[in-house]
Design a protein around this ligand. Structure first.
Ligand code: ATP
Length: 309
């Protein structure tokens, strides 16, 4: 079921066209990720959907509800991760959660939220003494206190170390297990690929492409990259490259000394033929790996630009 529909959103700040044309729908229970480089328009898009910024044009509907007519009802449905600055640094996580709970008619028990965001142990420490990852977890907890159906998380893992990032991923997956819908922004491709049911890649205020991570990667190409290196040195790699160039499944090759890369539409056939060749010539392959295409490759293919975290 569709819980949110966004149609042809536009927003400019003076002559900066932050959002030029964004349309998508989000389904119940999915993790929907908006990904794009800095300045792509992710935050502006999210803030329009959250009712914090008024679009210049376009429509936003939560089922039959719209901001102009049903703001109070929409506010009950959604939970927005507050900016760090909205938390009270001198209070503890428990006190912050208790305080935020008083803003709503109905709130989840603080205990449950502390456990969900793994802060039970730190419940009585002042927020200013928490690590970056713990503060971000508290921010997610604050978004969850009213038990919303839809949760908005704007770059919840930016600046965190890999372990802290993974802890946040666990919480987001937990929200999904509860049947919640999560709308997430990030500029980490790996995060989008691992977490999302669907990914919307934006650049310069427009959607470049939108689909499941697997479908985006599959649509990009049927090719796989096979990486090999030879114990016998450059001569073996060179001959193997010449041999591979003539294999029907190989689309291109690249060689750097003893290391050879092959792009193939059929890795099994290619490797079968390849190992027949090396065996016949008595060459020893030191390493072999098949490299899967990633969302980063999708971004590069669509924009022609390198992806930078
Ligand atoms: P980041 O990953 O850096 O947060 P983003 O994809 O979230 O980027 P936005 O924050 O939506 O992008 O910004 C899009 C563009 O709009 C940027 O050029 C930004 O400087 C500009 N912008 C955003 N908010 C405002 C504002 N309130 N006033 C003026 N310009 C703004």
């Amino acid at each position: 079921m569709t819980v949110l529909e966004v149609k042809q959103l536009k927003k400019s700040f003076g002559d900066i066209h932050a959002v030029r044309d964004i349309s998508f729908t989000v389904k119940t229970g999915e993790i929907f990720t908006i990904i794009g480089p800095n300045g792509a328009g992710k935050t502006t898009t999210l803030e329009m959907i959250e009712g914090l910024v008024t679009p210049d044009q376009g429509e936003i509907s939560y089922g039959s509800l719209t901001w102009d007519k049903h703001a109070a009802d929409i506010k009950k449905m959604i939970g927005v991760q507050p900016q760090s600055s909205a938390m009270f640094d001198l209070l503890t996580p428990q006190e912050n959660l208790d305080l935020f709970a008083t803003f709503y008619d109905k709130a989840r028990p603080t205990e449950d939220i502390l456990s969900l965001v793994n802060l039970t142990e730190h419940r009585n420490n002042q927020v200013k003494k928490l690590s970056g990852g713990q503060r971000q977890r508290l921010a997610i907890g604050l978004a969850m206190i009213s038990d919303p159906e839809i949760i908005f998380l704007d770059e919840p893992t930016t600046g965190l170390d890999p372990q802290a990032r993974r802890n946040i991923w666990d919480i987001i997956q937990q929200l999904k297990a509860f049947g919640k819908t999560t709308i997430l922004t990030t500029h980490y491709m790996e995060e989008a690929e691992k977490l999302s049911d669907r990914v919307c890649i934006v650049d310069q205020g427009r959607i470049i492409t939108l689909d499941t991570p697997a479908a985006l990667i599959e649509r990009l190409t049927d090719e796989r990259e096979v990486r090999l290196s030879f114990l016998d040195g450059e001569k073996a790699a060179k001959e193997a490259e010449q041999y591979s160039e003539n294999l029907p499944s190989v689309t291109r090759t690249e060689r750097n000394n003893r290391a050879l890369k092959l792009w193939t539409i059929n890795p099994e056939d290619t490797l079968y033929d390849f190992f027949k060749f090396t065996k016949e010539h008595g060459y020893q392959v030191e390493q072999v790996s098949i490299h899967e295409m990633s969302l980063e490759d999708v971004f590069i293919a669509f924009t022609g630009k390198e992806w930078r975290d």
